[in-house]
Design a protein around this ligand. Structure first.
Ligand code: ATP
Ligand code: MG
Length: 418
């Protein structure tokens, strides 16, 4: 029979890698705690409408990247391509922002997009998400951006760039849209095919086009800052000042519009100089109209999504530390005759919160000794030679020194050492 492989664009994160992922998630959890964000777990699939209405019909995600299927109850279901819409849905459904309350939430997990797989781009990928819901003021934007930067600082990422823009709001964006439409219509003949379809549907997206020609045209397109209303302009200035107060450098890019319709005001990305084409490790911004587009009234929000797969790539390239390589503290070595004693002692240590292993595969004494090389201690049960059945040898693998110790004293001894 033929071998069944993982579907295209998915991959297994094997034990040699998964501990690095755990380290990043653990670090993210600590940062979130310091910033007072609480964890939320949301479904991996949602009603398709949540994304078509929330993310936007004319976005790349909804137009061509969603994993959508009809379930056995004949509902249209979509594997989540991003987390923000789901978190907002959960907040609305559970009244987290009722009566002027606000909610600071974070989550992490797999997202699904039907994309062309390449380095840093997969069909199942992972994001760490943070969302601050119910706060309209710029303090929330500053908190979100600084939190993502604090996470990267703790992970030791270097060579990052914060790119910032404002995409306006429902008041000023239509005016800007009109200006853009006029401008791009005048340059219609030089736009790529995709951008031609964007012209009527969503001209802002043309600014985001990676094709050289479209880029050149976009560089000279009308500037959004001239169209921003007072509210959006002030908000943008406050975000910039807030970042400066915290000592963060940023670059303004008027062509940063991001791939999702729900953004208002602040849009930002964090780029890595060590990622090649897929260079964004984090993207985010404000989305004051998302709640109303999914029927939830007025709940402003701002958040970020950090691409875990790409963070791992950058950390590896930059030789960042992932903490300690996981290995048991103690290896209990015994020959076949003492298998039961080894099992009992290992279980005792484990129950006392000490990570311990014994041989379960019938390996020779010599092979067990070799495996113990990764551990802090080797514990040798050699009752054939020893008269006193309670005595074992405890070897400090780093120092090479060894002592004889009673079995019932070993937990106390190790607790003092580990
Ligand atoms: P890109 O321009 O790279 O396609 P995007 O704007 O579609 O990114 P967002 O929706 O903002 O991405 O998602 C936030 C982050 O999630 C990105 O900055 C990136 O790190 C990561 N990401 C997005 N799509 C993928 C993917 N297919 N594979 C791996 N990581 C991804
Ligand atoms: Mg994308």
């Amino acid at each position: 029979m033929s071998i069944i492989n993982a579907p295209r664009g998915t991959r297994d994160i094997l034990p040699a890698e998964s501990w690095k992922w755990s380290y990043i998630i653990k670090t993210a959890g600590e940062v979130m705690k310091n910033f007072n964000f609480s964890e939320i777990l949301i479904p991996i699939f949602e009603h398709t409408e949540l994304f078509s209405r929330g993310v936007g019909e004319t976005t790349d995600i909804v137009e061509k990247e969603m994993y959508t299927f009809i379930d056995r109850g004949e509902r249209s279901i979509t594997l989540r391509p991003e987390a923000t819409a789901g978190v907002m849905r959960a907040a609305i459904e559970n009244n987290l922002c009722a009566q002027g309350n606000f909610a600071k939430l974070w989550s992490w997990g797999p997202m699904f997009r039907y994309e062309r797989p390449q380095k840093g781009r997969y069909r199942q990928f992972y994001q760490i998400d943070a969302e601050c819901l119910g706060v309209a003021g710029s303090s929330a934007d500053i908190e979100i951006i600084s939190m993502s930067l604090e996470l990267f600082r703790r992970l030791g990422l270097k060579n990052l760039e914060v790119v910032l823009n404002s995409v306006g709001c429902e008041k000023c964006r239509p005016v800007y849209r009109e200006k853009l439409l006029n401008y791009f219509n005048a340059h219609k003949k030089d736009l790529c095919e995709t951008c031609l379809t964007r012209l009527d549907r969503n001209p802002l997206r043309i600014l985001d086009c990676k094709k050289e020609n479209c880029g050149k045209i976009s560089d000279d397109a009308p500037d959004i800052y001239e169209s921003l209303c007072d509210g959006c302009r002030n908000h943008f200035e406050e975000v910039k000042t807030g970042l400066e107060n915290l000592g963060f450098a940023y670059r303004i890019n008027k062509r940063l519009v991001r791939g999702l319709d729900y953004y208002t005001k602040t849009a930002f990305e964090i780029l890595s100089g060590d990622l090649g084409a897929q260079n964004a490790v984090c993207g985010g911004g404000r989305y004051d109209n998302l709640a109303s587009s999914i029927g939830g009234g007025k709940i402003p929000g701002v958040g970020f999504a950090c691409g875990l797969d790409r963070v791992v790539i950058v950390m590896e390239e930059q030789n960042c530390s992932f903490g300690k390589i996981p290995a048991p503290d103690v290896f209990i070595i015994a020959n076949e005759n003492n298998k039961a004693s080894a099992q009992i002692l290992t279980y005792k240590l484990r129950s006392a919160g000490i990570s311990a292993v014994n041989d379960i595969a019938g390996r020779s004494f010599k092979n067990q000794m070799r495996s113990a090389g990764l551990c802090k201690y080797a514990c040798i049960i050699d009752q054939d030679k020893n008269k006193n059945k309670n005595k074992i040898i405890l070897k400090d693998m780093a120092e090479g020194s060894q002592i004889e110790i009673n079995q019932d004293e070993i937990i106390n001894y190790l607790n003092g050492k580990l």
